[in-house]
Design a protein around this ligand. Structure first.
Ligand code: C5P
Ligand code: MG
Length: 299
């Protein structure tokens, strides 16, 4: 075990950071070696957005999700803010409750998203104010995001951001951060605006945290285009994110990196069982970035 760890740590020193946990370092080493040998032109990255590419906490304070950016904004009446807060206080503890099964949580998550979207639609939100709201929000990408996006762009590695958040908000966050490069594609919940630019509904099939597999399978065209890239780096923060790569064709290798942000002790074992690398309360992109450097021959 120690020998494996030593070799792996030589390959990627950041994997010995105290926040890194691995169930099977030998598997991590084998997958990384195999992906590196195949070359970065066979790699694609699939990442969740909220609390994976964005920070969970900053200075001890919770950072907002896409939904929270809107919920806390000046576009929402104070009465509606109260109702959205109540939903958050009811359903977020369920989302992170390790004593309930996914089957038990799924209908409750659908209920949360549906109720929240109904409330947002009642607010007659104007499309041209979204940019201002994002600008005024406390949304923060994780430290090291510039390298992550720039490196993928420079090495023409496709990045799919697969989010149960709100696509219009998410795109604005990465646009304002200057990292919405052409190799980035987004699957998310998009808003439908009427001809005067007022929010009337959400488009298409709802994506919530536990139906990303179905969302992936609806987008076969995207994965067909990327069929020459059977090596996948997956980044998530929820156990629901593990199915984001279910649409990938002829997959050869997958390395799953999970950020464990909240309820660490209760959830550690389940994260270790399903993610190859677990990053415990790590607010940075240091480990994913080191892996990308390795996969691109440190160039
Ligand atoms: O991008 P990602 O798939 O992580 O987005 C989903 C996150 O959005 C969930 O983890 C959930 O906590 C959050 N959410 C929210 N408000 C809602 C619905 C979901 O903050 N109304
Ligand atoms: Mg997330």
């Amino acid at each position: 075990m120690r020998q494996i760890d030593n070799r792996l740590n030589k390959m990627i020193p950041e994997l010995s950071n105290p926040c890194v946990l691995m169930r099977d370092p030998q598997r991590v080493q084998d997958v990384l070696r195999s992906m590196e040998r195949a070359g970065s032109n066979t790699v694609q990255v699939i990442s969740d957005f909220d609390m994976t590419l964005t920070r969970f906490k900053y200075n001890g304070q919770r950072c907002p999700t896409c939904h929270n950016i809107l919920d806390n904004s000046k576009l929402i009446s104070s009465e509606c803010k109260g109702q959205l807060k109540e939903l958050l206080n009811t359903y977020y503890p369920i989302e992170i409750d390790s004593s309930r099964s996914i089957e038990e949580k799924l209908p409750l998550m659908v209920e949360w998203w549906t109720k929240a979207h109904e409330l947002l639609v009642q607010q007659e939100i104007k499309k041209d104010l979204l940019a201002v709201v994002v600008e005024e929000s406390d949304a923060m990408l994780r430290d090291g995001y510039e390298f992550f996006f720039k490196h993928l762009h420079e090495h023409t590695i496709p990045l799919l951001i697969f989010s149960a958040g709100i696509g219009d908000i998410l795109e604005e966050v990465i646009r304002q951060a200057g990292v919405f490069y052409p190799n980035v594609k987004v699957f998310s919940n998009y808003m439908h605006f009427d001809e005067s630019g007022v929010l009337r509904a959400f488009k298409g099939v709802l994506i919530h945290i536990y139906n990303k597999r179905e969302g992936a399978l609806l987008n076969t065209g995207h994965f067909q285009e990327l069929r020459t890239r059977p090596n996948v780096l997956l980044l998530g923060d929820s156990l629901g994110d593990l199915t984001m790569a279910d649409g990938v064709q002829d997959m050869e290798n997958i390395l799953k990196i999970g950020f464990l942000n909240d309820k660490v002790e209760e959830r550690k074992q389940s994260y270790l069982d399903s993610y190859d690398i677990v990053l415990v309360t790590d607010e940075t992109m240091e480990v994913p970035n080191a892996i990308l450097r390795y996969l691109t021959g440190n160039k």
